[in-house]
Design a protein around this ligand. Structure first.
Ligand code: LLP
Length: 412
């Protein structure tokens, strides 16, 4: 999962730091991320796609320290809201490396991003184009855009995270794209600079990318043949990571090899928007066993992390591997690992083979760095977890644990 995650004498360490000690010091539930892992993944992207612009998808993990780590390594940002623009700028991402997607951008958000002079808007509808043109006029700016095209490709992933299929709400149908590009070209305050697509997330196979990028490259060439000058070919994010022990991640190098014959057909700056593949396996969620109960037919390990901390199992039926933070060499059992929240969907693992644990033991939930904390909530008035970044033995709290006053601070 992560080469920096390893057992030393039966105790789990991340980048040389004992996860048991972190849990004892900062409490649980606790997110711990590995900085070296993130740097390695970014380097891998840069080496696989030389000359490309890597825009980290902030939605995967919006902690400003994580975003700033990316910015320090030269990455840009892929954002989907005014809040993400705010984080990206605060974390030091150069606006000339920010791309902005999303089907429902508000006027406030659009104005903020135009004023920040971001690289481009990935426009998802004709109405958005019209509003951008108006706002450009009001602000005296020419707004750079790409059109997000929907290439009608099945990425073979969970339906909730497939975004480029015919019936999805995202983008403009590829068959109608040329018409929209011509319309955009007629607008005084719009500058057309590229083509964008993003077909989905947790994709483990190159073939949907090959299919989608071929279509998008054809469009790019056809637009250029009509004298439309373009510069950016944004192929989105979506590379899948290892969740189950038997999974094999799709690596940037594999994607690059599969796409290079197609990408060679255009002279464009390639833009990538990886999220999960940069941070997913950088992070673990440490949780403490509260109770254990056996109901005859089923065994339950009840922990202090719930669906409000990690919602992926509940909404995507996602698998997250779980390891004991301290191996005790006890026999293994088959159990559900569940949270304290009053919903049956509040589970981290079902029918999982796990070393028997007892009250007070710590468990590490793996692959929790992406869409973990970022999707957490206050459900059941539960303060959100503490986040810690480890970097070659150094430990830094990058987000303090919340308290009740914080949760209610706007409710007066
Ligand atoms: N670009 C765009 C336009 C996106 O919508 C997304 C993700 C990405 C890039 C980054 O995709 P990634 O490289 O992380 O796969 N909450 C879900 C994942 C939702 C992904 C949404 N869009 C989950 O936990 O699996």
């Amino acid at each position: 999962y992560n080469p920096y995650l390893e057992y030393v004498k039966d105790e789990l360490f991340l980048e040389g730091v004992s996860l048991r000690e972190l849990a004892e010091k900062y409490g649980t539930p606790l997110y711990v991320y590995s900085a070296s892992y993130i740097r390695d993944r970014l380097r891998e992207y840069r080496e696989s796609f030389p000359g490309a612009l890597i825009c980290y998808a902030v939605k995967a993990n919006f902690n400003p320290h994580i975003v700033s780590l990316m910015a320090g390594e030269g990455a840009g940002a892929d954002i989907v809201s005014g809040g993400e623009l705010y984080v990206a700028l605060m974390a030091g991402v150069n606006p000339s490396r920010i791309v902005y997607a999303g089907v429902g951008k508000t006027v406030k958000e659009l104005v903020e991003a135009i004023k920040a002079d971001i690289l481009m808007f990935n426009v998802e509808s004709r109405m958005e184009l019209e509003i951008l043109n108006q706002l450009g006029e009001q602000l005296g700016k020419k707004v750079r855009i790409s059109i997000r095209v929907n290439p009608h490709v099945d990425p073979k992933t969970h339906p909730y995270i497939a975004t480029g299929m015919k019936k999805s709400k995202f983008g403009i149908d590829i068959d109608r794209a040329e018409e929209e590009y011509r319309y955009a070209l007629s607008m005084k305050n719009i500058q057309v600079v590229g083509v964008h697509c993003h077909i989905g997330s947790q994709i483990l196979d190159t073939s949907p990318y090959v299919e989608a990028v071929s279509k998008v490259v054809d469009l790019y060439r056809s637009l250029e043949d009509q004298g439309i000058e373009l510069q950016y070919l944004d192929i989105g994010g979506g590379l899948g990571i290892k969740y189950k022990p038997e999974d094999r991640a799709l690596t940037p190098m594999e994607l690059s090899s599969a796409l290079s014959p197609i990408l060679q057909k255009v002279k464009a700056t390639v833009v990538l928007e990886p999220g999960r593949s940069l941070v997913g396996n950088a992070g673990v969620l440490i949780t403490q066993v509260q109770f254990v109960k056996d109901k005859g037919e089923k065994h339950f390990v009840i922990v202090d992390a719930g669906m409000n901390d990690l919602i992926r199992p509940a909404i995507y039926d996602a698998y997250h591997h779980i390891l004991p933070v301290v191996k005790r060499g006890r026999p293994s059992i088959v159990t559900d690992v569940v949270g304290p929240i009053c919903e049956t969907g509040d589970f981290l693992a079902k029918d999982r083979q796990l070393e028997e644990v007892g009250r007070g033991d710590y468990l590490a939930v793996l692959s929790a760095g992406a869409y973990g904390f970022a999707m957490s909530s206050h459900y059941n008035v539960r303060p959100r977890a503490c986040e810690v970044l480890v970097d070659r033995g150094y430990v830094r709290v990058i987000r303090e644990r919340e308290d009740y006053q914080y949760i209610l601070s706007k409710s007066s």
